[in-house]
Ligand binder design. Structure first.
Ligand SMILES: *Cc1c(COP(=O)(O)O)cnc(C)c1O
Length: 378
């Protein structure tokens, strides 16, 4: 029997993307901070309650801006989970920081707040929690330990749009936060990102760093009568063509989110019986919400995961594994202090992500579910 291929991800066009891109192009201003960028900023600041946001060309760039804003210096230490994307540590490594990796929790791949205090030294400057799968880290203890030691908190909220911690939007809790609009995320613009600035001390300098170290943003608001080179910086702002695409997505965020959450819930309900076999399903703690970013299960072993992926691929279903623990990566293994991080290794070996995208049909999703249940029935 021939069945159609079910990819891992399929970028969703919500309707007005190409129309808005055309509008941006025809407006005659397609560099950064045009009309669509302003609309996106207003959406986050006025409708979602963010204090200040700036679109960037990627989440990677937003993290690099955060490292610049915190004035990370060579030898400074930054604490973060080992189970994350390379951009999280790389942004700080570019400034000469040493990364101190923390382990994940047994419940989910988020970093374990209970481990943080023991990792703090006089050189520690920042903590970078990553909200894996859009499910919140336990932020109260993380903010409390940061406050006790005078440290900054940067949330890697790449996957965390429209997700909450005790009623507060993720990305509004740390001093700074970075979001991604990469095509694999919930709300997309191909490549794209955003820095959220929750501490007013950083607001002015964030604009300058984003505009090549110039006070161009103040100039356009009429606050200064000429603009010049006032600090270090780079070019972190996206073209308004990117923002036009993003605006079309943001307009339809509720619809996109409702669909993704329904798909997530259907996977969860159908696969819940596997928990009895020792297969780990995602856990959403009481303090967190689920934003339907990702549905994963953690198999009981690497070998089991390899066989499951093989079997699904044989049925034209394309699940994928995820991060490789960064403390054992070719680049960082020698720099890591040698501590074992068993939960990070567990998710490296055992976690598998299932197809989840707006246009995944009920029939396709049921095919994925059936294939997995069959695998575990033997
Ligand atoms: C996607 C992702 C990034 C990188 O985002 P880009 O926009 O591609 O730079 C960083 N951190 C995490 C946790 C991610 O999921």
């Amino acid at each position: 029997m021939h069945s159609t291929n079910i990819p891992f991800n399929k970028p969703y066009l919500s309707g007005n993307e190409t129309r808005y891109i055309e509008e941006a192009v025809l407006s005659g201003k397609i560099s950064g901070d045009g009309m669509f960028t302003k609309r996106c900023h207003q959406f986050f600041e006025q409708q979602l309650g963010f204090q200040k946001v700036l679109l960037t060309t990627s989440c990677t760039d937003a993290l690099e801006m955060a490292a610049l804003l915190l004035d990370i210096q060579p030898g400074d230490e930054v604490i973060m989970p080992a189970y994350t994307f390379v951009s999280t540590p790389n942004a700080f490594v570019l400034r000469g920081a040493h990364i101190v990796f923390a382990d994940s929790t047994a419940e989910n791949p988020n970093m374990d707040p209970a481990q943080i205090e023991a990792l703090i030294t006089p050189r520690t400057r920042a903590i970078v929690p990553v909200h894996y799968a859009g499910i919140a880290c336990d932020m109260d203890p993380i903010m409390a330990v940061a406050e006790r030691h005078g440290l900054f908190v940067v949330e890697d909220a790449a996957q965390a749009i429209d997700s909450f911690y005790k009623g507060r939007a993720l990305g509004t809790i740390g001093h700074l936060a970075a979001f991604s609009f990469h095509e694999t995320k919930n709300i997309i613009s191909g490549e794209g990102g955003m820095l959220a600035i929750n501490d007013a001390r950083f607001a002015g300098r964030a604009e300058i760093i984003r505009e090549k170290g110039t006070n161009r943003s103040s100039f356009f608001r009429g606050e200064v009568d000429k603009y010049g080179w006032v600090d270090q910086g780079s070019s972190f702002l996206p073209s308004d063509i990117i923002a036009a695409f993003l605006w079309a997505q943001l307009e339809n965020m509720q619809d996109i989110q409702a669909k993704r959450k329904a798909l997530w819930q259907h996977y969860y309900d159908a696969l819940a019986p596997l928990a009895e076999l020792g297969v780990q399903l995602p856990q959403v703690p009481d303090y967190a919400t689920n934003n339907g970013h990702m549905f994963y299960v953690a198999c009981r072993s690497l070998d089991e995961r390899t066989r499951l992926i093989e079997q699904l691929k044989g049925q034209a279903i394309n699940p994928v594994f995820h991060y490789l623990s960064l403390h054992t990566s070719p680049f960082y293994a020698e720099k890591h202090d040698g501590r074992a991080l068993p939960w990070s290794d567990h998710y490296t070996d055992c976690l598998i992500r299932l197809p989840l995208y707006y246009e995944l049909s009920e029939e396709q999703q049921n095919r994925v579910i059936k294939a997995i249940l069959e695998f575990y029935a033997h």
